[in-house]
Design a protein around this ligand. Structure first.
Ligand code: BGC
Length: 882
């Protein structure tokens, strides 16, 4: 029965508030979205006490979990229960396994049921599973490589025929590589991941992937075929044209474990019985693209019974290195949206160019047929010049070019295997016959993160900004959070990642993505405690320790804890967080971090003409001191959560000293900062550097500065994420909106007005006269300035986490309308379920619809009202005169 009734009726000043509730009297509650370690039915769990999460479905208002029952076994029916627990509490997120020790390489099945506070019990959930990974001693496979030195640019193919003696019950393949691999069983591609095994701090650890391949195998003869590419391991990486950073030899490690129906087992491994030959991929490289010669395809090489000719050579076994093999803890990279070609045209320079309408990361799938030996080249660019020509100078040395050489006969669809490109436009050369729109499809390739957030407003430009932010994220979350996806860089710049992390966690579920990357942050942290500029670190060891970059070590673990309620991430990263703060202390004098080189407020606004006395240069050591405080504060927060009383005491004292030193060094007695910039005031206020009585005047100085620039921002990478937050916090909401709605340079909407479909690296990547900023640093897909997304979700839509109830167990819904918006709406899929906040202003009425998931609660703070409502789960409607 569906019933809507008026829940309460309240008078607010002169306006009045109507509060409705939608209540559906469902029969039952149920559980959904079961995960283990943030993942659905994962295959390589290394945590000896994996953590289980579930969400509750209930249409009954104010639903909480009172009790859960969980059970686990080794069969899909869970007939022999290995562990069960019945617990009276409301924990439904990351409940740790607490049974007998789990075996490696074993599949465990589990299910859960819950009781709510209304006396309802759910049915048992459908059975879910997870599989444990391999222990080091479980590996019997040998690393194999081509014979002799691995000097060829072409991709080697490896093959091995195996015979399965009986009908099989299960078959699992464990695969990894030094380089990148693509595996086939009996001619069928294994899985749909790209760039496996992913990019990690390879010198410390390499991930392996686990595939259930039972369906691809049959009793009798089977064949395994794998090709390898250079990837990040051996190929060109880093802007110094460096190659072979991790090693000069591509290698494959594969172990196939089969269980027959009669219970007997057999293992097949890579060893010196495999054979290798070179295939059609003549070269491949992350930056430069791939060259594929279809004439060199070896028909049938990955099918059983293929006759190996003399080009197939023995492989060599190579010794394993010191690196650990770990199961994959983040999402795989795979194909997502496809884009049709919108337009094929000739540029003024006479080149044939195709427009896909969206700056994206991935590649173009090209259909072609022509005479054998015909070479088609596809070059990629993000933008056209103002004259309309294809522009690649901003790619620096990255060629971003795929070449396909036709073999004649039939039509083929080409796509690269071990390279990706950042582009909106492609230039096609050598296409035989007429190039038609339908022969080209662009495919976006990025880490499999579920979309968790939706955000829209009544303002089309703002909606395009949100679109650009989310495409900036997709393009740069290709296994590692990168600065940019197109030029000869594409590195895990730590400053960019920390600036964008909270926004990222609104748009998509990045729990697994950052869990994986934080392992690299720890692994690449220097013995001194300093943190590299980029992770995985492919720069020099001394390229580390920049304020606002290295602080990623404290910032992202805390952000993930807040977004997903993952205390485990704080436990795992605590050592790294502490080492970073202790490092700063070790290089500080008198509690002042005034040593080292820093990027500062990177790419802040620089007016051409400084005659007016304007400049947005913020003293770098002043910035450093605020991040010293911020990191110490986050460490302190983590110490509290983890119950580390000694550290709480120690870092509380340190934090006071850091702030005192900041004031002594950087502030006049009347509260003026030595750098009179937006970023200076923003960081001082955001990180509570100033005594309470001096904060309002500092906020006013910030407002004056914004006004002085005609409602323009002047902040760079470090000030921008907090600019509007600080203005809102100190009561200057309308100034925050003035900045957000600003359409002229410098502003968030200027690129939107200039036709951007992603976030630009610079406020003026394309200048007002249509010319470009300096080509050596002008990416059109850089997410850092997209960090405004965090403010948009929190302030416009009003969805806020609460630090002491992380994971949105408790939510503050506090929309703050402004900027002439008449409507805004956002949705966030949290670990408890869907939170919604959606409002309109029309005909003098403010209307707000809020949804809070079961097992969570919220405080609703209504705008232009002193009213706060405490609500439990359910859907609520508020409206009042506004
Ligand atoms: C990158 C940035 C990065 C910066 C450090 C640039 O080359 O693209 O985004 O944070 O260097 O200063």
């Amino acid at each position: 029965m569906n019933k809507i009734f008026r829940h309460s009726f309240a008078v607010l000043n002169t306006a009045f508030l109507l509060l409705f509730t939608t209540q559906i009297f469902a029969q039952k509650i149920s559980v959904r979205d079961l995960t283990v370690e943030h993942l659905v039915n994962p295959f390589s769990i290394d945590n000896p006490k994996p953590r289980f999460s579930w969400k509750i479905n209930s249409d009954i208002k104010n639903t909480k979990q009172n009790n859960y029952e969980i059970r686990l076994g080794t069969s899909a029916k869970i007939d022999r229960v290995l562990w069960k627990a019945t617990v009276n509490n409301d924990q439904s997120v990351l409940v740790a396994y607490n049974g007998p020790a789990l075996s490696s390489k074993t599949r465990y099945y589990w299910q859960v049921r819950v009781k709510d506070n209304h006396g309802n019990t759910s049915a048992w959930s459908p059975v879910q599973y997870f599989q444990t990974g391999l222990k080091p001693e479980d590996w019997s496979a040998k690393w194999i490589s081509v014979e002799g030195r691995d000097t060829a640019m072409a991709s080697p193919l490896f093959r091995k025929e195996i015979t399965l003696k009986k009908e099989i019950k299960s078959a699992v393949a464990y695969i990894t590589a030094k380089g990148l691999y693509e595996a086939h069983i009996n001619g069928t591609r294994v899985g749909n991941a790209y760039f496996a095994p992913g990019w990690t701090s390879y010198k410390d650890h390499i991930q392996y992937q686990v595939y259930d391949i039972k369906k691809s195998l049959k009793k009798g003869g089977n064949v395994i075929g794998v090709s390898l590419g250079d990837g990040w391991y051996k190929g060109r990486i880093g802007f110094a044209n460096q190659k072979q950073f991790y090693g000069d030899t591509r290698a494959l490690l594969l172990q196939l474990e089969v269980e027959y129906n009669d219970g007997s087992k057999e293992t097949f491994i890579t060893d010196n019985s495999w054979k290798t030959a070179y295939g059609p991929i003549r070269s491949s490289n992350i930056y430069d693209g791939e060259t594929y010669d279809a004439r060199l395809e070896i028909a049938g090489w990955n099918t059983y019974g293929f006759k190996e000719n003399a080009s197939w050579k023995p492989v060599q076994e190579i010794a394993s290195g010191p690196e650990k093999l770990i199961g994959m803890s983040g999402p795989q990279v795979s194909k997502h949206e496809e884009f049709k070609a919108l337009k094929i045209f000739k540029t003024p320079l006479g080149e044939t160019v195709v427009d896909f309408g969206q700056n994206l990361v991935g590649w173009v799938m090209l259909k072609a047929k022509g005479a054998a030996g015909t070479k088609i080249s596809i070059s990629h660019a993000e933008v056209l010049t103002k004259e309309g020509n294809f522009y690649t100078t901003n790619l620096r040395s990255a060629k971003q070019q795929n070449n396909y050489i036709l073999k004649g006969e039939t039509e083929q669809v080409f796509e690269p295997h071990f390279s990706f490109q950042g582009f909106r436009y492609v230039k096609i050369e050598g296409y035989p016959g007429e190039l038609k729109l339908e022969n080209l499809t662009a495919v976006a390739v990025y880490s499999d993160m579920k979309t968790s957030g939706k955000f829209s407003t009544s303002n089309a430009l703002l909606n395009q900004l949100q679109h650009n932010i989310s495409w900036g994220q997709k393009g740069n979350f290709v296994d590692v959070p990168t600065d940019c996806p197109q030029r000869d860089e594409r590195l895990g710049w730590t400053g960019d990642a920390q600036a964008f992390a909270t926004t990222a966690a609104y748009n998509m579920d990045v729990s697994g993505f950052f869990t994986k990357w934080l392992k690299d942050v720890s692994a690449d942290q220097l013995p001194s405690g300093s943190v590299p500029f980029v992770v995985p670190n492919v720069l020099n060891q001394s390229d580390a320790g920049s304020a606002g970059w290295a602080d990623v070590a404290t910032i992202i673990p805390w952000d993930m804890y807040i977004a997903y309620g993952d205390k485990g991430i704080l436990e795992t990263q605590y050592g790294s967080m502490k080492k970073w703060v202790d490092y700063i202390t070790s290089v500080s004098k008198n509690n002042l971090w005034n040593t080292g080189s820093h990027f500062g407020d990177w790419l802040f606004y620089r007016p051409n003409d400084d005659n007016d006395g304007r400049a947005a240069v913020t003293d770098k050591y002043m910035i450093a001191q605020t991040f010293y405080a911020h990191s110490t504060q986050l460490l302190l927060n983590a110490a509290k959560v983890l119950g580390k009383a000694d550290d709480v005491a120690k870092y509380t004292t340190l934090l006071e000293q850091i702030k005192a030193a900041y004031i002594k060094e950087n502030m006049t007695p009347s509260g003026k900062l030595i750098s009179n910039t937006q970023t200076a005031y923003v960081l001082a206020l955001q990180f509570d550097m100033l005594p309470e009585n001096l904060r309002a005047q500092a906020a006013q100085r910030l407002v004056d500065n914004v006004r002085d620039y005609g409602n323009h921002l002047t902040t760079g990478f470090l000030g921008t994420p907090y600019l509007c937050h600080v203005l809102s916090r100190f009561g200057h909401e309308s100034v925050a909106y003035d900045l957000l709605m600003q359409e002229s340079y410098p502003s968030w909407l200027y690129p939107v007005k200039m036709g951007a479909t992603t976030i630009w690296e610079r406020w003026d990547g394309i200048k007002q006269d249509g010319s470009f900023q300096t080509a050596d640093m002008n990416s059109f897909n850089h997410y850092a300035y997209g960090a405004i997304g965090d403010w948009m979700y929190k302030n416009i839509a009003g969805i806020n986490p609460v630090a002491d109830q992380p994971g949105y167990k408790s939510v503050v819904i506090a929309p703050r309308p402004g900027g002439k918006l008449t409507a805004a709406s956002a949705e966030l899929e949290t670990v408890y379920g869907t939170v919604k906040s959606s409002w309109t202003i029309a005909e003098g009425l403010f209307k707000l619809d809020v949804t809070i998931p079961p097992n969570a609660s919220a405080t609703v703070v209504l705008p232009k009202s002193d009213k706060k409502e405490q609500i439990g789960s359910g859907s609520y409607h508020f409206e009042y005169k506004y």
